[in-house]
Design a protein around this ligand. Structure first.
Ligand code: 5RP
Length: 226
């Protein structure tokens, strides 16, 4: 197993400690979240726990169900106790960039309705300043090129995320993703507002003041809390 994979697995397994019998658990998306989902399913089967999962993507829902976990739609639960998710980048203030796996919209919907958000990451995701990783912006397909031009005017160096050479990638909601560069942007809060105000933008991957705890899977494990 690569060093990075080992750290992801260590963080994901540590996050099991956040879950107790009877909880509603938000299930993140990505390779680290997948390790968590597998470990959670094993625990639930082993201990005969009653856990309800709320998935942040079709693939996480499918994975969880294939392992025997109960998965409900977010609108079928009254509260989400804790969400365990990965991240593409996280800073010391627990702000982050998410959406590398194109699941940022559902991830943010679930995160904002969760009592506690825990991110599981490897060391390479920890940065003093956000912006090394491109920021995903989810846009509706209609007029996506117009939004692209607006993002270019804002000097954000936009790039459509592609599925292949000729086809744009699509999210679970059928939207497009435009990745932008924010390494030159000092005020991330202002940028978040600017992006949300562009008609056609559905959501962006800046997760500011959302995360409560970050587990970095180094040996020994590092934990960042608010
Ligand atoms: C998906 C995400 C993922 O959490 C993020 O991309 C991290 O993925 P991985 O655990 O595979 O590194 O935001 O939209």
């Amino acid at each position: 197993m690569s060093h990075q994979k080992e750290e992801k697995a260590r963080a994901a397994l540590k996050a099991l400690e956040e879950v107790q019998d009877g909880m509603v658990v938000g299930l993140g998306t990505g390779s680290t979240a997948a390790v968590f989902i597998e470990a959670l399913a094993a625990k639930v089967n082993d201990q005969n726990w009653q856990i309800t999962g709320v998935a942040t993507s079709k693939r996480s829902a499918e994975l969880a169900q294939s392992l025997g976990l109960t998965v409900k739609d977010i609108d079928e639960v009254s509260a989400i106790d804790v969400t365990i998710d990965g991240a593409d980048e996280v800073d010391p203030e627990l702000n982050g960039i998410k959406g590398g796996g194109a699941a940022l919209l559902y991830e943010k919907v679930v995160a904002l309705r969760s009592k506690k958000n825990v991110w599981v990451v490897d060391q390479s995701k920890a940065h003093d300043l956000l912006g090394t990783f491109p920021l995903p912006v989810e846009v509706i397909e209609f007029g996506a090129q117009q939004v692209y031009l607006t993002l270019a005017e804002l000097n954000l160096r936009p790039k459509f995320r592609m599925k292949n050479e000729s086809e744009r990638a699509k999210t679970d909601s059928g939207h497009n993703i435009i990745d932008v560069r924010i390494d030159q942007v000092d005020d991330k809060k202002a940028l978040a507002k600017t992006l949300k105000a562009i008609t056609g933008v559905v959501e962006h991957g800046l997760f500011l003041d959302i995360c409560d705890k970050v587990i970095i899977g180094t040996d020994p494990i590092q934990t960042l809390v608010k």
